[in-house]
Write a protein that binds this ligand. Structure first.
Ligand code: NAD
Length: 325
């Protein structure tokens, strides 16, 4: 079955979304509320936004806890009465992680470990968490397939690999069903276009809308498996219904396509009707040239059938930014 809108959970299910004030987390909260279930959002608003909380606060099925996953007591309180945890809270960005290794270790690894422990002590049914394609490191084989990983290229990637290893331990020793989702370059509504660490699609859209010239790092011939947010929501919700035998494992979550940055750039200028040439800058440290996912494992085990190809997702994203920026 494509998509997630017909998925059924037990009637009084309660979900906890950590990082629910961020891009992916707020989209998860919205999808769960639209399906009619209750959702609790735990976020410290460090990179997330008040506006992503304010849009739901009048919904009686939504509860916001402002708190930090680095604090175990906060995690324990957030997990009381929870059926499914969708753990998204972490700091992203490869270059920032190279600047701040200690913070990334505390936030992305110790924070995740606190959440695993809190989920275990509260008998949570399923613990689904955000991993990343960065765990493939310098492995050049394409498409990327689970089990063939290379040397890690950044502290951020290391945090995600550690998270996967901790999740495995919690499945192995403490009977907690964990499922790691290796997201590949997610994009869509509410992704932050601002700041030095912003992702390319929202950043370029905003710059083009403001008649500024975006800078492409490198020659633009790098490729990525850009994944629309709707596909990521589907993966998270389907992972909550995954078989117990698959616990402790990780899955590529992407569309399974390959888009070149320079082509995306010109698709955006055409769609926005802008005749602006890009600037070219340095390659970024810790970046790989190409990335593209084999998604057959997620298809086979989670029943993941991504509904949105890149073009469909990009058109929706552009429309959203045109009216919301
Ligand atoms: P985001 O920055 O928009 O959201 C992350 C949220 O987590 C923010 O709201 C932030 O305030 C919150 N947070 C961070 N540290 C916290 C802490 N200590 N306690 C409580 N809340 C905290 O990022 P996103 O793009 O939505 O990413 C969500 C997850 O997906 C992250 O784990 C990220 O590493 C992972 N991921 C994202 C992508 C992508 O392309 N966006 C790709 C691979 C993996």
């Amino acid at each position: 079955m494509k998509g997630y809108k017909n998925l059924l959970f037990p009637k009084h299910s309660v979900f906890l979304v950590t990082g629910g004030a961020g891009f992916i987390g707020s989209n998860l909260c919205e999808a769960i509320l639209n399906l009619g279930y209750r959702v609790r959002c735990l976020d410290d608003l460090s990179t997330g936004k008040q506006t992503n909380v304010r849009m739901f606060v009048n919904n009686p099925n939504y509860k916001f806890i402002q708190g930090d996953i680095k604090d175990l007591d906060t995690c324990l309180r957030a997990c009381v009465g929870i059926d499914y945890v969708l753990h998204q809270a972490a700091w992203g960005s490869v270059p920032r992680s190279i600047e701040m290794p200690l913070f990334y270790c505390a936030n992305n690894i110790q924070g995740m470990l606190n959440m695993l422990e809190a989920a275990r002590r509260n008998n949570v049914k399923k613990f689904v968490y955000a991993s990343s394609s960065s765990v493939y490191g310098d492995e050049e084989h394409l498409p990327k397939i689970e089990g063939v990983e290379g040397n890690l290229l950044s502290p951020y990637a290391l945090t995600k690999r550690c998270d996967e290893e901790w999740a495995k331990q919690y499945s192995m020793h403490y009977n907690l069903d964990t499922y790691g989702l290796r997201y590949f370059n997610v994009f869509g509504r509410r992704q932050d276009p601002d700041g030095a660490y912003a992702a390319v699609i929202p950043k370029f859209i905003k710059q083009l809308l403001n008649d500024e010239s975006p800078t492409i790092n490198g020659d633009g011939k790098q490729s990525r498996d850009f994944t629309y947010i709707e596909n990521v929501i589907e993966a998270n919700l389907k992972a909550c219904l995954a078989p117990k035998e698959a616990a402790g494992q990780s899955f590529n979550i992407a569309y399974g396509g390959r888009e070149y940055l320079i082509d995306i750039y010109y698709s955006l200028t055409r769609a926005l009707n802008k005749n602006i040439e890009p600037l070219f800058g340095q390659n970024r440290k810790g970046d790989i040239k190409h990335s593209n996912a084999d998604i057959s494992k997620a298809r086979a085990i989670l029943g993941y059938e991504p509904e949105y190809n890149f073009e469909h997702g990009l058109n929706e994203a552009i429309e959203w930014y045109k009216t919301n920026l």
